[in-house]
Design a protein around this ligand. Structure first.
Ligand code: SF4
Length: 221
């Protein structure tokens, strides 16, 4: 069969192979922030806290936060400094507490405590960027989504899905061109798992045991 020389077609074909291989390797990948789909506002809080913090730590910190403020209304009414004391272990306490407070107020006043399900409305919430909005759209509402976190960006470049792009918005736009919309959300969860276990950031990637080694641009580089 004749191989395509069209770069976009080649990247699309590569993306499909990556998707299939990672599905086999990580069949159960999902969001590592703990939340209940019926209480999607908690995922909004957790993604804000997860900036420059591990998901594992966020999952512990929110237990105390929700014991003290168990509803959107309770968090919306809380003093910012009370929130800050509880979220302090996640770092950037003051700005995160301010965003959470403002976000919960808007959720309460504009959306009756229900997290909206469009990109435009999510982006209008304080402290919510495209990464968080995509996570909500994909995980909570099952809509097409691509979450360009640090793992997604690193692995997409190494594998060759994108070419030397580090800006999250640009990576997202490039990935939309080559990934079937219904595959985006789960692929991103799998890239996180693969980035943590094999294609690591802080150590040399473990190419010798990688399920993508035959198709990855940076295998062994
Ligand atoms: S082959 Fe190496 S660089 Fe490529 S995805 Fe696997 S671990 Fe990462």
């Amino acid at each position: 069969m004749k191989r395509s020389t069209d770069p976009l077609k080649k990247r699309k074909a590569l993306a499909l192979q990556v998707i299939e291989r990672l599905k086999m390797q990580y069949p159960d990948s999902s969001c590592t922030l703990t939340y209940d789909r019926e209480q999607a506002w908690k995922l909004l809080v957790s993604v804000r806290l997860a900036a420059q913090c591990t998901d594992a730590r966020v999952n512990v910190v929110v237990e105390d936060l929700y014991r003290r403020f168990p509803t959107v209304e309770a968090l919306a009414d809380a003093e910012v400094n009370e929130i800050e004391k509880l979220v302090h272990p996640c770092g950037l306490g003051n700005s995160k507490a301010r965003d959470i407070s403002a976000c919960m107020k808007m959720l309460r006043d504009k959306y009756h405590g229900i997290v909206p399900d469009t990109m435009e409305e999510l982006l209008a919430l304080p402290g919510v960027g495209r990464k968080s909005a995509n996570l909500i759209l994909g995980d909570v509402y099952g809509k097409p989504a691509i979450v360009t976190d640090t793992h997604c960006i690193r692995l997409s470049n190494r594998i060759g899905l994108v070419e030397n792009i580090s800006e999250p918005g640009k990576v997202e736009r490039e990935l939309w061109k080559i990934i079937p919309p219904e595959e985006g959300n789960e692929l991103c969860h799998r890239l996180v798992d693969h980035g943590r276990a094999v294609c690591t950031a802080r150590t040399k990637p473990h190419c010798e045991i990688c399920c993508l080694k035959e198709i990855c641009k940076k295998n062994g580089v």
